[in-house]
Design a protein around this ligand. Sequence first.
Ligand code: BGC
Length: 830
Amino acid sequence: MSDPLTRRTVLRLTGTAAVAAAVGTATAPAAAARVREAPGTRPGAAGARVDGLLARLTLDEKISLLHGATDPAPLGQAGYVPGVPRLGIPALRLADGPAGVRVTRHATALPAPVLLASAFDPDLARRYGEVIGREGRALGQDVLLSPMVNLIRTPYAGRNFETFSEDPLLSADMVAAEIRGIQDEGLVATVKHFALNNQEKDRTSVDVRVDERTLHEVELRGFEAAVDAGTGAVMGAYNKVNGTWACENRTLLTDVLRDRWGFDGWVMTDWSAAHSTVAAIAAGLDMEMPDGTYFGAALKTAVESGEVPRDHVDRAVGRLLAVMDRFGLLDGTAPPRPDRDPAAGAAVALEVARAGATLLRNEHGTLPLTGGSVAVVGPTGALPFVSGGGSAHVVPDRADSPLDAIRARAGRAGRGARVSHALGEDLYGRALPAGSVGPSFDPEGQRVEAGRTWAYDGTLTVDDTEAGEWTIVVHYSGTTRPTVRLDGTELFPVASGWGEYFQGGFVTTAPDGLALRRRTLRLAAGAHRLTITAAGGDTGQTFRLRRSTEATRREDLDEAVRTARAADSVVLFAYEDASEGQDRTTIALPGHQERLIEAVTAANPRTTVVLNTSSATSMPWLDRTGAVLQMYYPGQQGAAATAAVLYGDCDPGGRLTQTFPADDGHHPVAGDPRRHPGVDGTEEYSEGVHTGYRWYDAQGVRPLFPFGHGLSYTTFHCGGLRTRWADGGLDVSFDVRNTGTRAGVAVPQVYVGPSPDLDLDQPVRTLAGYRRLDLRPGEARWVTVRVAARTLSSWDTARHDWALGTGRRDVWLGTSARDLLLRGSAEVRE
Ligand code: BGC
């Protein structure tokens, strides 16, 4: 690392650490023992500066630095901490999120982190981080609330797209590289959510029960890598861990984070995740966000009454100031804010989406497309599907639809390259049948003037041909949704708490920007009482009321089938619109997409299904398809990247970072509600260290697609596997040759078996290393993957430390966790 910002920082011995020692907290002696100087930092001057400030700050000023407040000049970011101008301490603006900088202004919408990780390329992760780092500073931010490194533990978790992988090593590599990239640009990174926020269901209340070994071997590895990479901040999770809220969990915040790993930045809560004042600050929490319920007036009272030692406040403020100082925010040495570079951001967004594109299936040479007519099918084929919902959503600089990108690319593919489109499924609904509402109003654009309320009490008449399943869709401008009742049932109730905010991503917005809500129900023929109340608010409101029925669905399906049949190839875009705050309840595609895929593939077997989904999907229709391309949420350049992969302008370079189960009944948390979503408020990690592919191996369950799987347009040969124990690590060498006629990407993966010397229930095999290789036709490369001792170690609960798994261990070279090409072994020694 060339930049001091990316180094693990130096803890100041004077000031807060010394004070902590005096009050006898568990932190101080261990912290003192770890203090060391990293080259290029300025511990002396920095320490003196922070101590000087601590001496001059009043208690009120200190407390104002330990919680969020309202930004007097908001830029649309998630958080704000006021500065102390009289002492030259600037305010901090803190913005989400994992796939770009989330503010009101436009930013580069990068592909979702899961797509980044699919490239198996830490260098690319660093450049991804650099884009966010530069943009964050350009957009007036100081702290980025990202990356997220919680493991993908269940395919249902609503934020799987925001994180990297089910594998601890891959996650650790990604998070470390991305943090270095972000902080290289002078933006403070925040690794989140510490720890075990691996599901969204009940995330603010669930108590996650996990044993010590599982915690260290599985979930914590990524966080430790983030600390090693020098992350400035850590965000505590909403959930409890073994009975104690993560944001006041001494084991996590002090014993592990500070004492074991030597973290010397500051810990903030997730948004409204604080639960106490005294316990939280004593356990090691430094900052409450986004307000000061516990760390504002309550903290001051607790200090004045002696319940919270002043030293705890100094310790927390000192940690924050130390990071600010390290980033040059206290002495004016922070580089000036750069301008955005949208072109450079877009180039990285495109590169990542191409590099992570994961080809799951390709039969009969379906891909790459070589010309001929193409039918694009699916609603999301004609819409830019950029990102997931919730705090990960970024306002993109631009976004094309796949249809436009495929048209543009097909134009270059030569004659006969006609591109047609069929909706297949109507996400926005059709106009209500003429005369179906009475008394009449304009369901296609009812306007309510500012300051007025509009009330309607009438009937919706359903005729025999339309009776059955209806999806009623309300489109509305403004923020207050009209209240619509049918036969007395409120169709679109306002969700409580944060529920409204997390109502899904892009399919909750109509193409003209109006917000959307859908409700599916069965309607019998006849008259139904319809009442609506809409408020014009300050600016007036326009709303529409639409519907899809069995009949309209059938029309859409028939049109898709006709369009597919008439084309040489079909590209069918399937979606699943995830957001934080909620989990999926099935891994099946939502809506009627399975039926659409069945019908279209029956009409034209040269169908490629492109998946814009958050995580694993079941594919009962798989055998009927020609190809399946997993693109997740591909960012603002996603359409261009998809078209490039479809037409073979680049090799699909991605590999699965999570196992895709065959169905809802066969995966690590299937059939056991104690594992997910939890029972009586408790969720158990009883699969132990067998997360992800390790569980499939341990249980002998066949996945739909294994971890690490992904096809290329060319072929490779691997050979010459050799292992060598040297300098406390294992070198695994082999050669890889591109045996095809196209340039392509190989991602050979090294897996290691259990140690015979450890009397533990160890995984059948674990990923120990990998390498992404771009090879020209005929090109061969000799590769050595270095496996670190840590990767060969298990957590010893007797010693509370890592134990190297010595003895003869199997070593495999594979193209996935299940496709193991070569086998060898190695003697691992102390
Ligand atoms: C999310 C965090 C996010 C924060 C601020 C929370 O709901 O869990 O990941 O950083 O909001 O937007």
